[in-house]
Design a protein around this ligand. Structure first.
Ligand code: ZN
Ligand code: ZN
Length: 677
């Protein structure tokens, strides 16, 4: 028997007899408790039982790795199908992939309900305990077809996917088997910690014309603790869901009659947005930005120059044609496709809802002759743009069709890029810090060194990439460089925030651009008297106000810091008699621009508190006999903690300080280490 060399991740090379399995190699290297459920053989995922036939590298895959959890999920889908077919003998498995959070499997079977999931889950756990070995078996086409002749769905896959005469593999556990390429866990005891979460319906191949199927979703984790923490995070995510909180707290509304993905900011949500905009604007002014306003539409010609039209048409609302022209074309019997062609070719003009603010800002730059003394020119606008997201992709405030970017365009010289990128980054840091979003990472998108699709000169790119790198470095947070992730027109920096339940949200970006100044032929007169081309920096670090506020709602679980809370104080009277004092307190607070709501109605104090806490004010100000007499207030915090007999003047002063300092959370009620939540 011949020998092979197996290279381990630490560089060790061991010699083994040909035919040794991954399990044996890994056990030899790491001991019996290695915990791996599959292995990379020369970088390709393989089963632990794979026999090695030539020299190669072997690296174990742990269930906690990204690949490992994927294999675990996919294996759990098989187990689900085994359990369902044992419990429902007529059920036909179709497909069952791993997905982002868990797995699902689609079955042709009579409908079931959530109540049925318990028995299926129990069956899965029973089968996992039996701990059957999962076996990979190669079959030729004929054998394959005879294994699945009872299942038209699998046959359809086999007939489509396999070239004539080619075989494939099945994975067998006990008597049950499925068509699959693998890899899978070596045995079923790996799948003890499963939880079936929901059942819904789906169409075979996602096609509404085809058969309706039953889809069962589930979760699987390598340990009991991990499963519990995943379930807890899902519960927490549901509570924090900005679509639910947005409704409960009356922050925004989406109305089918207005249109999908178009956000109506209600008065309370508008307060949050306005406060944020004011906060960002303050720092923009401090950094020397100029505020501009531009319209929501622009001519097609503008976007022909910028390159947004006719490219990217599928992600935009269709163009608008001028009224007179429309009538003329209609009279001539022009068809829709002729109209589209005329627009594409530039033979007729029209307008477009703006998909980007950049071309408008470019026109402000070029409205005057510019010299090096004007640079850097920093134009900022909370600019609303429109993109045609597919209706299936639209979700709450985070995926919408109309949104307002915290946009700005900086027109700079080559030498100014580094400092200006740094300035953009500083702004992000200030704002994230104030909002307590301390867990974020940064991705620097660089060009692919092997591609020539990029505009601009290579030395200029080197400099700009260095600028992005050192700016990212300066943040002192986790950052990565990603080759090939730059746009064709310049390198960029992306911000990804991680929330308390470890979900990641991509927010905005800072982007260097060598392309638009070229397309619009922008120039400035240098101090050498010659004309030069400026470089543009696009930056919208928080993405859009819609997305940012959506993320913030979930980040704070609706419990905003006082400065962002829509109604900061809800004043509640104990009885009719304290109406007048309540009004007086409210007037004093309003005078200081504190947002107040008064409830001097007849309900009991207990009922009033229960009603008002749903709206998550920073404070409930409770006023009764003692308070009115002594000109004091009693405060109740969100968690139910209370403090009484605060002198009114002191309360107002402290509250104003808390708001102007943008304190991370309301802090006028000392914590009593108890919580109602
Ligand atoms: Zn499989
Ligand atoms: Zn831009």
């Amino acid at each position: 028997m011949s020998m092979i060399n197996v290279t381990l991740p630490d560089g060790t090379i061991n010699e083994y007899a040909e035919g040794i399995t991954c399990t044996e190699v890994i056990t030899d290297a790491l001991g019996r408790k290695h915990g791996c459920l599959a292995a990379f053989v020369d970088g390709v995922e393989k089963d632990m039982s794979t026999k090695l036939s030539s020299s190669c590298s072997v690296e174990g895959i742990l269930s906690v790795s990204e690949e490992g959890i994927h294999i675990l999920r996919h294996s759990a889908a098989h187990l689900l199908a085994q359990a369902v077919t044992e419990l429902y003998p007529g059920a036909l498995p179709t497909i069952g992939p791993a997905i982002e959070r868990g797995f699902y499997y689609d079955f042709k079977m009579d409908p079931i309900t959530e109540a049925d999931l318990k028995a299926i889950q129990k069956k899965m756990q029973f089968l996992a305990k039996q701990n059957a070995v999962v076996e990979r078996i190669e079959l030729n086409e004929e054998d394959l077809k005879s294994h699945f002749e009872h299942n038209p769905y699998k046959m359809e896959i086999i007939n489509e996917k396999l070239e004539d005469g080619a075989g494939s593999t099945i994975y067998k556990q006990g008597e049950w088997y499925d068509l699959c390429l693998g890899p899978h866990v070596p045995n079923l005891s790996r799948l003890m910690f499963v939880k079936l979460t929901s059942v819904s319906s789906a169409y075979w191949r996602g096609d509404q014309e085809r058969e309706q199927l039953v889809r069962i979703y589930g979760l699987v984790e390598p340990t009991k603790d991990a499963l519990q923490s995943t379930l807890k995070n899902i519960e927490e995510a549901k509570k924090r869901d900005h679509r639910k909180l947005g409704k409960d707290l009356q922050l925004f509304h989406i109305d089918e009659e207005v249109g999908q993905g178009l956000i109506l900011w209600t008065p309370r949500g508008s307060i949050i947005r306005q406060e944020l905009q004011d906060f960002i604007s303050f720092h923009l002014r401090r950094q020397g930005y100029s505020q501009v306003f531009t319209p929501h539409v622009g001519k097609l010609d503008l976007y022909r120059t910028s390159g947004h039209f006719p490219y990217y048409q599928e992600s935009q609302y269709p163009p608008l044609v001028e009224k007179d022209l429309m009538k003329k074309l209609a009279d001539e019997g022009c068809s829709c496709s002729e109209l589209a062609n005329l627009m594409k070719s530039g033979d007729i003009d029209g307008y477009m809802l703006k998909p980007m603010n950049c071309p408008h800002h470019v026109k402000i730059y070029s409205s005057q002759a510019r010299s090096y003394r004007d640079l850097p020119l920093r134009l900022a606008e909370f600019g609303t743009v429109y993109r045609w997201e597919q209706s299936g992709e639209i979700s709450g405030m985070t995926r919408v069709r109309g949104f307002t970017q915290d946009d700005a365009h900086l027109f700079v010289t080559e030498e100014q890029i580094a400092e200006e990128v740094l300035g953009c980054i500083e702004l992000v840091q200030i704002i994230f810090d104030k909002l307590g979003m301390t867990d974020y990472r940064v991705r620097v998108g660089l060009r692919d060194p092997d591609s020539d699709k990029y505009v601009g000169q290579s030395e200029a790119w080197d400099k700009a990439e260095d600028a992005c790198r050192s700016a990212a470095q300066s943040l002192g947070v986790e950052w990565t460089e990603e080759e090939g992730e730059a746009a064709f027109y310049g390198p960029k920096i992306d911000f990804v925030v991680r929330d308390v339940i470890e979900r990641e949200w991509q927010l905005g970006t800072v982007q260097v651009d060598y392309n638009l100044p070229e397309r619009f032929d922008l120039s400035y007169k240098g101090n050498d008297g010659e004309m030069h081309r400026p470089v543009m920096i696009h930056r919208a670090p928080f993405g859009s106000m819609e997305r940012f506020v959506g993320v913030l709602i979930e980040h704070f679980a609706g419990k905003f810091p006082t400065w962002l809370t829509p109604t900061q104080c809800h004043i509640i009277t104990i009885s009719e008699k304290h109406k007048q004092y309540a009004q007086e307190v409210a007037d004093l607070l309003k005078e200081k621009e504190i947002r107040v709501l008064v409830d001097d109605g007849d309900d009991t104090i207990g009922k009033k508190i229960r009603t008002h806490r749903k709206m998550q004010p920073a404070y409930m100000v409770i006023l009764g006999e003692g308070e009115a007499e002594n000109r004091t207030v009693s405060l109740r915090a969100r968690n139910g903690d209370q403090v009484s007999d605060l002198p009114l003047d002191q309360f107002i002063d402290d509250l104003m300080a808390e708001i102007s300092n943008k304190a991370p959370q309301p802090c006028l009620v000392p914590s009593q280490q108890q919580s109602e939540d």
